[in-house]
Design a protein around this ligand. Structure first.
Ligand code: SAM
Length: 307
């Protein structure tokens, strides 16, 4: 009951697709459709208080608009034409925190249906190269449609198990950034019914965590990698802090955790020294789906400033 009460408070988040338009034009469009724009939010409480045909600019993410939770924009022209992406705020964090500069070579390892890939392409301004992988053919087909609608170019999408992608292939020799958003229990998805939550048995969690550790370790083996974002929509420590801790230990001093979004209020569980560098999101605390993000950087070369 507590989860559904919190879920009903999660607003409708709208990411402006800067490959096709800009924030000001989208705001003007909604104003012409009768919505009242209230400016940039100063607090999460302001987001919570939204009602009727009103909207705000998010306080944390620059290209995110916030509408009351009941707002349905699936038939809106801006959505059907790919000018806006309907994406939960927490799910906008990984690409934003990876923050590759335009021209970078980036891997999206578990990419379908492609919301984060299209966000990465927008951050790259379609300059550079994205290698996107997903093992599921149906989800890859959906992703193709999404990327086309969003105006994404410079993305090579492959239906392939990321674990079989060879890090030594010269094709990937310039890959400096990886976004890793692997399959997880989905226990942070607030729209789920109580029955589905029960499916996260100990064995299932163990199997998922084993896969997550393998795929994270594989991602770290790309030779030019500088920065990686690991994310899940799971609430379980086994799939989050524990995965990061195990893989960091395995890699010794080669990689370190950097503070992910230091001003974000909700931090990683105190599972190990440094786990507060990870961030968490939840309906109650951040008005989003439940989510986890860790940002890893290679130690040897000069580290970029944390975001
Ligand atoms: N990043 C996506 C987005 O934002 O739209 C969501 C990714 S979803 C959480 C996880 C994806 O990982 C699923 O589409 C699943 O098919 C894919 N997957 C699972 N195992 C994989 C593997 N070994 N290699 C590549 N993709 C895999």
């Amino acid at each position: 009951k507590a989860v559904s009460a919190a879920a009903s408070q999660v607003p409708r988040y709208v990411r402006v697709n800067t490959l096709k338009t800009c924030v000001d034009d989208v705001i003007d469009f909604f104003k012409r459709q009768g919505y009242a724009y209230l400016g940039k939010a100063a607090s999460v409480e302001e987001l919570k208080a939204l009602s009727g045909k009103k909207f705000l600019l998010d306080l944390h993410l620059p290209e995110l608009l916030v509408f009351p939770s009941q707002t349905d924009l699936h038939d809106n022209l801006l959505y059907t034409s790919g000018h806006i992406i309907l994406q939960d705020k927490a799910s906008c964090l990984p690409a934003f925190l990876l923050g590759p500069v335009a021209g970078s070579h980036v891997i999206d390892a578990c990419a379908a249906p492609g919301n984060k890939t299209s966000h990465l392409a927008a951050i790259l301004k379609n300059k550079g190269q994205i290698f996107a992988f997903d093992v599921d053919p149906k989800r890859v087909a959906t992703m193709n449609t999404l990327l086309t609608r969003a105006g994404v170019t410079g993305c090579q999408l492959a239906q392939q198990d990321f674990l079989t992608v060879d890090p030594r292939d010269p094709k990937y020799s310039r890959v400096t950034h990886i976004l890793l958003d692997p399959s997880c229990s989905g226990s942070g998805m607030v729209t789920r019914g109580p029955g589905e939550e029960a499916a996260s048995s100990a064995e299932r969690l163990q199997a998922l965590a084993g896969f997550q550790r393998r795929v994270l370790s594989h991602a770290l083996s790309f030779p030019a990698l500088q920065r990686l974002v690991y994310s899940t929509c799971s609430l379980h420590q086994e799939e989050n802090e524990d995965v990061v801790q195990a893989v960091l230990q395995e890699w010794g001093s080669a990689f370190r955790l950097v503070p992910a979004f230091p001003s974000w209020p909700c931090r990683g569980l105190t599972a190990f020294s440094g786990s507060e560098n990870c961030l968490r999101a939840s309906p109650a605390e951040t008005l989003t789906h439940g989510f986890f993000v860790a940002v890893l950087e290679r130690c040897k070369e000069g580290a970029a400033a944390p975001r």
